[in-house]
Write a protein that binds this ligand. Structure first.
Ligand code: GTP
Ligand code: MG
Length: 367
């Protein structure tokens, strides 16, 4: 029949009972003169929010240049297992020029901000401190782009490994500039030149080789090159990224990680992307909603408000959002609750549709 012929041309080797994936379904529709409309979950959520008078894209587009203020870069550390991501994040945290004196115990809240001196100025950098690029991938899958710059950690003794390639592919696909940290240079068998050589094959050509990627030799263990790495991050940020946001409006951002705490209930680390989040604000994050009861920074200190690029741990949501869920402040508690409930309903419908989506060719023929 005609249907089967079309599918053969698509390389699908279809039989009359096989189910079709979305792309095939779409092409099939075109061939038969139907318009097949696929609605992504992001589009659906956008529509849902528009129903509440919230058009976040329009909001950003409408902002005047004068509303925007410089914000710190948000950095994710990625790389192969054991190449030193955690150790490097620890070393970076210790360089914080404002920490230490207070003797505060550093809390793990999934992200932290440090202050460093760069070119005679104190500058902040936000690091997302979640395990590897899984979080990055999970967030990207939900349409949340939180990272401005990726640090790709490569152990100088090991060279590039499968997850190094995976990580750089993710960063490149997201259009995020990469700074390469060639780690473990304290090791006797370290070969930083080889790392540079290997990465040229993936389009990451070091400045000293005529390319435009900054490579910094570091030892997270011996605390070598950490300041140079921070400088490279800020140089990359200043070179081509327009990192500005409007702090004077209701906060919008992304949940980085969240958990249920015995005493405190739902605690979610959120990264503010625009606006300022304040204690008492009504918020919705994915399908979780509530009022910000308290906020805490990476030093365990209570904070009253959080500006763009600031990560804070938020208490007061009624449930635990997922990593990558967007959050926003609403005018009233009621609106936050209604958005959450509509999302719940949409998620339920999507589940049902998924069960129904495996439309067989037979059904299609009959229709
Ligand atoms: P996963 O989270 O498992 O992917 O690993 P990771 O990339 O976070 O690596 P981690 O920081 O846990 O470091 C792995 C091992 O390498 C640990 O034993 C570290 O002590 C060691 N290590 C990290 N950085 C250095 C370094 O600069 N020099 C040396 N000699 N060892 C290092
Ligand atoms: Mg680790």
């Amino acid at each position: 029949s005609i249907l089967v012929t079309i599918l053969f041309n698509l390389g699908e080797m279809a039989t009359a009972t096989e189910s079709l994936d979305e792309a095939t379904f779409e092409v099939l529709g075109v061939e038969l003169g139907y318009k097949v409309q696929m609605v992504s979950p992001e589009d659906e959520d956008k529509e849902l929010l528009e129903g509440f008078g919230l058009d976040l894209e329009q909001e950003l587009a409408d902002e005047d240049d004068g509303d925007l203020e410089i914000r710190p870069p948000v950095v994710t550390v990625m790389g192969h297992v054991d190449h030193g991501k955690t150790r490097l994040l620890d070393a970076i945290r210790q360089t914080n020029v404002t920490a230490g004196e207070a003797g505060g115990i550093t809390q793990h809240i999934g992200a932290y901000q440090i202050w460093t001196e760069h070119d005679g100025h104190e500058r902040a950098i936000t690091f997302i401190d979640t395990p590897g690029h899984e979080a990055f991938t999970a967030m990207r899958a939900r349409g949340a782009q939180v990272t401005d710059i990726a640090i790709l950690v490569v152990a100088a003794d090991d060279g590039i490994m499968p997850q190094t390639v995976e990580a750089l592919n993710h960063a490149q696909a997201a259009g995020v500039p990469i700074v390469v940290a060639v780690n473990k240079i304290d090791k006797p068998d370290a070969n930083p030149a080889r790392v540079r050589q290997q990465l040229t094959e993936y389009g990451l050509v070091a400045e000293e080789y005529g390319g435009d990627v900054m490579f910094v030799d570091v030892s997270a263990r011996e605390n070598i090159g950490i300041q140079d790495l921070l400088d490279a991050v800020l140089l990359t940020a200043d070179a081509g990224l327009d990192l500005r946001a409007n702090p004077n409006k209701d906060a919008r951002g992304v949940a980085i990680e969240a958990k249920l705490d015995k005493g405190r209930g739902s605690v979610a680390t959120v990264l503010i992307q625009s606006g300022t989040l304040r204690v008492g604000d009504a918020i919705v994050a994915g399908t979780a909603y509530g009022r910000v009861r308290a906020m805490m920074d990476e030093n365990g200190d209570a904070v009253e408000e959080a500006a763009p690029a600031r990560p804070v741990q938020v208490q007061g949501l009624n449930s635990v959002p997922r990593a990558g869920d967007t959050f926003l402040v609403t005018d009233e508690d009621r609106m936050a609750r209604q958005i959450a409930e509509k999302r719940e309903a949409a998620a339920r419908n999507a589940q049902l549709a998924k069960a129904r989506k495996r439309i067989s060719l037979e059904d299609f023929t009959r229709a």
